[in-house]
Design a protein around this ligand. Structure first.
Ligand code: 662
Ligand code: MG
Length: 214
């Protein structure tokens, strides 16, 4: 049967990247998306903003919602200090399998815990299952209508501490209007918009960084 786009992306990584070299894995995926098939990775332009926020926060605990093929997982994991706890959540088994292979090809499998399942099911159990009290950095890149319900779960289960940083992809395209309205109007967050473009295109998009004030 015909391969899937994530499988073709994995093949491109295995063919064009150097095993154990995260930069080459990132470049191989960006090249594939620019010259072969567009895919919904955060991409190189927004990826640089992601890199700068991760570097600035230098988190001890990280959560990513929506692993997809692992592109942003590799971008984040390559910047983390040793001993950082990084959990990424993906509920599509086929995506999770491709992501595991791409993360492993980059040599970052020991830095990442990929959990297969739905964020809504996992979030209430994270303290118990992983011994994490609060997250220093959270990257939201899953279904856009789930950003708001999930941030409310973070609050409900006490997973945010003073200074926790949330970074949300696609706040313009496809857009996350309810989430934006919430973080921009809630007195519990200080939000800032980083203008950019939809991955591999000239379409306007951007990232919203929200600092939890406690
Ligand atoms: C239980 C559900 C919630 N809990 C969940 N728990 C765990 N994993 C979850 C959950 N919800 C979803 N996922 C996983 O995350 C991935 C899904 C990611 C979704 N991303 C987009 O839709 C998007 C679209 C465009 C775009 C822009 C313009 C266009 F023209 C076309 C496309 C651009 C972008 O940058 C985008 O990130 C993966 C496929 C899916 O299995
Ligand atoms: Mg995205």
């Amino acid at each position: 049967t015909r391969s899937t786009r994530p499988q073709r992306m994995l093949k491109a990584v295995q063919k064009n990247a150097i095993r154990g070299n995260p930069e080459s894995v990132i470049s191989a995926i960006d090249y594939f998306c620019k010259h072969s098939e567009w895919a919904m990775n955060v991409g190189d332009e927004k990826g640089c903003i992601l890199d700068s926020v991760v570097t600035e926060v230098d988190p001890s605990t990280v959560l990513e919602l929506g692993t997809y093929c692992g592109y942003s997982t590799v971008r984040i994991a390559r910047l983390l200090s040793p001993g950082t706890k990084f959990i990424t959540v993906e509920f599509n088994p086929a995506s999770a399998e491709v992501a595991r292979k791409i993360i492993a090809y980059a040599g970052l499998q020991d830095k990442v815990t990929l959990v297969e399942g739905a964020s809504g099911d996992l979030i209430p159990q994270i303290k118990k299952l992983y011994g994490i009290t609060t997250f220093d950095f959270i990257f939201l890149d899953h279904w856009k209508d789930r950003y708001l319900p999930d941030i409310k779960l973070f609050e409900e289960y006490g997973l945010l501490g003073k200074g926790s940083v949330l970074l949300a992809d696609n706040v313009i395209c496809p857009g996350t209007p309810e989430y934006l309205e919430y973080v921009r109007n809630s007195p519990r967050y200080e939000s800032r918009y980083y203008p950019s473009h939809l991955e591999y295109t000239k379409v306007e998009d951007g990232l919203e960084k929200s600092l939890f004030l406690g």
